[in-house]
Ligand binder design. Sequence first.
Ligand code: HEM
Length: 473
Amino acid sequence: MALTGPAIRPSDNPLVRLQDDLERQARQRRTGARFPPGDTSRAALRPVDLNRRPLTLLLGAYERYGPVFSLRMLKADILFALGPQANHEILVSNASNFLWREGFRDLIPLLGDGLLTIDGAFHRTSRKIMLPAFHRERIAGALALMDDEIEAAVAGWRPGDRLDLYDWTRHLALRIAMRALFGFDPDRSQDDLDAAAEFEHALGFYGHSFFGQMLRGPLTPWRRMRTARQRLDALIFGEIARRRRTGERGEDLLSLLLDAEDEDGNSLSDAHVRDEVMTLMFAGHDTTTATVCFLVYELARAPYELALLHAERRMLGDGTPSFEQLAGGALPRLDMALDETLRLWPPAWIGPRRSVEATTVAGVHVPGDTFINYVSWASHRLPDVWEDPHAFVPERFSEANRKKIPKGAYVPFGGGSRTCIGMRFGQLEIKAIMARILRDFDLALEPGWKLHVSQTPTLGPKGGLPVIVQAAA
Ligand code: HEM
């Protein structure tokens, strides 16, 4: 068992990283590496376009060049792969040829060396340590705590209230993640730290363009991210120290991480425990927050679907649905609406990787040592795979229709041996939140409000999601 993480971290400076990429590509070209076709003319604004209109850019390139193409970003050619076959190869059948660490390197200044940013033996060992916390009975056991938190969060809602659902869900989801996954008591923090707000500040950095992310110094996005990180670090290191001092343990992830030992008795350093906790707190709340918001957004525009959801919720009575009901298909319309929301708005919309050896993806040659992204968001909207791809049609995920979805076409949780570790936890949490809202309420979009999507780095409604609370019809 390998409990030692990577010795080297990529530079924090985007310019140094760009320089490295350019030197790497110059070397590749000298040795005759062939890149897939694509938009490789110089276009200074392409990175801005990718930031502002990723779907338009990527679906247009797919139409012109096919499933794997190059886009030149500030002199470096980055590869993109769309569609069922490419997804399946990158995630499952040829996954070992694609590294995560270099792909996700932009997240390292915030997350450090956690599950998302490590590979190989260290990743396998770390995942194995944490897996027991995601077994079915542990997730089932977390439902009571989820229900407590959800009840407290809706307690103040009154018809006519206006609220920012994005902010509301972020606070709720983070409290659930902190309590259920790490046994943190969010109310114990002495200095009134608002962890959800700190995450929002930290993640806001990734909503800035490459140029914005390059800036350093006071009042820059970088400084705001670092300050928020320091505050979150103080919370996590404080809890690690308290647990080590008191010996307090539970069935949570933090206990598993603190007690993990290899055969020589080595344990994980505090820094590595912090990195795993930070990674799971981030991945464990940001994605569920976005999904609840996009689901509410779609339902608010689909009264027929919403009525079906209310009808099936009423069948379960006034009590909180059990784990067996939520996870076992007692709310099939909600299951379908959730799957369809994750098709249209997969929060973890892009999976950045670096190839190890030269290979082919969907029949297209891909050089070794090259950046390549699979993009679920664009793959889920390909017109040759999905009929009427931009429409919200939960029926696509009925039992009969689901069978017709090609392998690799639908990948909101990734795939293969690195499929999202929190998938079942996240699905349960979202359904528990929705089941509670549907029991008593309807959420209408604020009149005149229009969705703009941000990527921070997960998809989300830019500036929040203003809704008006109404009594359920
Ligand atoms: C709707 C909810 C969620 C969605 C859509 C989602 C999506 C994803 C996706 C797409 C990946 C793979 C990324 C890639 O292939 O590049 C992933 C990985 C991961 N997710 Fe989630 N996730 C969700 C909820 C959660 C939750 C609740 C947790 C933690 C409790 C979590 C923790 C992780 C971790 C740690 C990884 C990395 C796994 C590994 O590399 O072994 N996720 N997630």
